[in-house]
Design a protein around this ligand. Sequence first.
Ligand SMILES: [Zn+2]
Length: 520
Amino acid sequence: MQELAKANLPNERVYFPKAEGLKLFEQMGEFLKCELIQEKADAVFSAYRTGKFLDFCRGPHVPSMGRIKAFKLLSVAGAHWKGDERSHPMQRIYGTAFFSPKDLEAYLHQIEEAKKRDHRRLGKDLDLFSIQEDAGPGLVFWHPKGGVIRREIEDWLRAELTARGYDLVFTPHAMRLHLWETSGHTNFYRENMFGVMDVENDQYQLKPMNCPGHILIYRSRARSYRELPMRLAELGTVYRYERSGVTHGLLRVRGFTQDDAHIFCMPGQLEAEVQACVEFALLVLETFGFDSYQVELSARDPQHAEHYAGTVEEWNLAESALMNTLKRMNVPFKYMPGEAVFYGPKIDIKLVDAIGRPWQLTTVQFDFNLPRRFGLEYVGPDGQAHTPVMVHRALLGSIERFFGVLIEHYAGAFPVWLSPVQAVVLPISDKHLTYAQSVADELRRAKVRVQLDDRNEKLNARIRDAQLQKVPFMLVVGDREAENRSVAVRRRDTGDVGSRPLAEFIVWARQLIDTRATKW
Ligand SMILES: [Zn+2]
């Protein structure tokens, strides 16, 4: 590669009529490339020639190899043709290139950091979750320690939802296929859905989304404008088909739980609802310790009004509700015309983690399609039937994915309130065991998650283990501590912080937990 870069060969774009190009690649013995050309190439397709090397590619490429000033091969991994486990095995070579050695250096540093934070490794080391061959790819088992974190996340979320006027609902995991035909999912979403189940000569579908369930609740009786806005929320588990070759830890899975909600309201209520969603989303970021984020507003392509469901007035109203809200709240955003899906504009919020990586999190999505397909109505102040406006919104997105991001952001060292074990009590020797036990009991009564490590191991070895498990506090107790009911406190980050009365430590720990402190 260095020789090629030095030779500064041009990357020449060449074109072939499909049949002629196919023959050429066949002669070169590139049978997989031929398959791609058959599938993807237009009547005339592009390829790139670099010296003797010819490749089928849409491009673009750098004009010549001399432009590449810094590059590195990153890894080699086994893969399968098109990510399908049953197809042709291949070797995939990963590399990267930059215009300056400094940029390459910064990138490699980020990769190194990311490796240390890999949630799949930490999930195993800290015993948080697993994905098991016996159950199948992309299906997540939350172990007791991961379960504690999930419960903390969900408890916080449920309390906030209730305080913000959401109603919590539950809907079935499998429903008649007919429902998904009405919603249109069997048309435009089929490839993401699990196969159909036959039950008593009827067909059922595992749910890929929660929306139709909430719609059925809305439609279960006549609605008056007085009931609006109606905010139906569910921690709803959905199943989506991903090829087994592309599932990835907690980030890309086949079953996951969304913190999903659907808001049904009148047009005049829209702006207030959108603002409440954005405020809620920003509170999520703050609560879980993320300082920076990016916001995108996806709008319609004004040249192609015919591509979209809903009327021009509806789109104008929805887009201005989104834009006005962001402007009023002084939230910087990127405006992306033409990026909206056919059924409505949306706001996406990405969090930026500790090492600068953006992660898609929150979506606030308008829908002009489903209320019509399901014939949703409310009786307005005028006594007439009207179609409500519907907004889909998820803040964390998927709880599994959010958990993966949390693990990587904190490199497994969670804030005290989220830590599965918040303190470990370490008696110096056996004769301090009774006191250690009473310390653990008292912490437990104060609802601090505590473990007593009375294993017959050297104190240093037990401290190291607690450190590796990223327990926030290690409480060492010996003669002196037993005498004056105190604990010698070690923090996992700064080490020894000295002795203090047990009662005082409990106040400190409770305060960190109750305020959900992320920095301490
Ligand atoms: Zn939805």
